[in-house]
Design a binder for this molecule. Structure first.
Ligand code: F6P
Length: 408
């Protein structure tokens, strides 16, 4: 690689998206790349020429180690939809102009489905206009819904947080042994794919009875049936803990969280989801008179770097690293995938895959991993997911809280 490179972060952050930046940096450094830039707020910031020189933050071991332990997108993120090339050439010309100005040969973009669309559009434009610059996707999403790759960096850590927090909630909710149980409803992110909510199944073990029901968006949600399910559980149990996806939909296609209220929509047409647990808890309280509690994991589940999975941190680093290696071989218009090649012990390699088969495609939880009653996960899911949450990396504590690396 003769020129410089730039790396950007896009979409909802994860606990390990910064490890991918660390991986890009480490590989580029090894190859002797002169300038390793970071875009500030993804492609949106890049369009305004907003970049930092990563060497200023990472040129020693402490920088990389701190970055790996820092939640959120260190570089800043965006939810920016690239316009169609036709009729919006000026946006693309601007990006290539900025790349040329800084002698940037390769652009690396860490993100989910929408962000991979950016990689696709830019590499398509380069191909159509005989531009030499290369573009590589680095997978990231707590939603775990990118196709082709076995799983997505970010998922394992969010899943670990969910399983751990649910174990703690289940213990807490069981404390009172009351005749009438408290009904605790926990809302988990994941929009249209239930991968993250499925991680609630990982709470179950020798020391924990697990959740009483898990509702994924892959199955139509029937509110009356839900109330009936809860009444039945309440008669038999002294504690009820239920996991529900933010993305559950009723038969007419509406999200539960949008029933009876307006929700905001982002640049990609995604509805702002929140409030499912509150809505269901109020419904249960009104219909049964039972005490309810609604818990929305919200930002916590993707920002909990203090509980990140070491497997996830290492894989996030690896995909960033291998994206640079693939670009060095001349590859472009591709995303690095994680390819599982061993179960016992768990092992994963990487390869590069055509971005056209990945961008904008959502992978759902397969039917065979959802139990017949639609309210739980099979052992097949557990076998798939358990290795992804293994291992820990201790934060560096200063004054009692974890130390983070923050952009100046
Ligand atoms: O795509 C990642 C994700 O965390 C989804 O699980 C969630 O629905 C969405 O982002 C939340 O978006 P925002 O951060 O814009 O509220």
């Amino acid at each position: 690689m003769k020129g410089n490179i730039v790396v950007g972060q896009s979409g909802g952050p994860t606990a390990v998206i910064n490890s991918s930046v660390a991986g890009v940096y480490a590989a580029a450094k090894k190859l002797g790349v002169k300038k390793i830039y970071g875009m500030v707020h993804g492609i949106e910031g890049f369009l305004e020429d907003k970049m930092i020189d990563l060497a200023e933050y990472l040129d020693d071991e402490t920088g990389i180690e701190l970055l790996k332990r820092t939640p959120s997108a260190f570089l800043g993120s965006c939810r920016f939809k690239m316009p169609k090339i036709e009729g919006h050439e000026e946006v693309y010309e601007k990006i290539f102009e900025i790349m040329e100005k800084h002698d940037i040969e390769c652009l690396f973009y860490a993100g989910g489905n929408d962000s991979m669309d950016t990689v696709k559009m830019l590499s398509d434009y380069a191909a159509a206009h005989n531009k030499p610059q290369r573009f590589m996707g680095v997978p990231k999403t707590i939603d775990n819904d990118l196709p082709v790759t076995d799983h997505c960096p970010g998922y394992g850590s969010a899943a670990k947080y969910i399983a751990t927090s649910l174990k703690e909630i289940i213990r807490d909710n069981s404390s009172f042994g009351a005749k009438k149980p408290t009904i605790c409803i926990v809302e988990i992110m994941g929009r249209n794919a239930g991968w993250l909510t499925a991680a609630a199944a990982l709470a179950k073990g020798d020391d924990c009875e697990g959740c009483d029901a898990i509702y994924l968006p892959e199955k139509v949600f029937d509110i009356d049936q839900f109330v009936a399910d809860v009444k039945d559980l309440a008669e038999r149990k002294s504690s009820v803990v239920i996991a529900v996806s933010e993305g559950v939909k009723v038969a007419d296609g509406r999200y539960v969280c949008e029933i009876g209220r307006e929700v905001a929509v982002d640049a990609f047409g995604h509805k702002q989801m929140s409030g499912t647990a509150v809505m269901l808890a109020e419904k249960i309280a009104a219909e049964t008179g039972l005490k309810t509690r609604a818990i929305e994991f919200s930002t916590l589940q993707r920002a909990a770097t203090h509980l990140a999975s070491l497997t996830d941190i290492n894989e996030a680093f690896q995909v960033g690293h291998d994206a640079v290696m693939a670009a060095e071989e001349g590859k472009t218009g591709m995303m690095i995938t994680l390819d599982r090649n061993g179960e016992d012990p768990y092992q994963c390699g990487t390869s590069a895959y055509d971005i056209h088969a990945i961008a904008n495609v959502e992978r759902k939880v397969p039917d065979e991993w959802i139990t017949a009653d639609g309210k739980g996960l099979t052992e097949g899911y557990e076998k798939y997911a358990r290795p992804l949450i293994m291992g820990e990396l201790r934060p560096l504590f200063v004054n009692g809280t974890p130390r983070h690396l923050v952009r100046k």
